[in-house]
Design a protein around this ligand. Structure first.
Ligand code: FES
Length: 71
């Protein structure tokens, strides 16, 4: 589904960026979403929030033991 008509940005593209951990500002710079007429902003933010910081693709936690090869 096209979310941003001005820049032809799909929900899929927004989800893909959100899963990579992009902030909404970064998304705007990368895709141009919500940077022209702004009518898509609330929908774009909703899609971004569904997949964004609340559900990161991966979280890596390395302890000192892991870094030193003792884990
Ligand atoms: S529809 Fe997204 S900026 Fe206009």
């Amino acid at each position: 589904m096209i979310v941003c008509v001005c820049h032809r940005v799909s929900d899929r593209a927004i989800r893909q960026c959100a899963r990579q951990g992009m902030a909404f500002d970064d998304l705007q710079l990368e895709l141009g979403v919500a940077t022209q007429c702004g009518k898509c902003e609330s929908c774009a933010r909703s899609v971004w929030q569904e997949c964004g910081s609340a559900a990161p693709a991966a979280h890596i936690h390395m302890t000192q033991d892991t870094l030193q090869g003792r884990a």
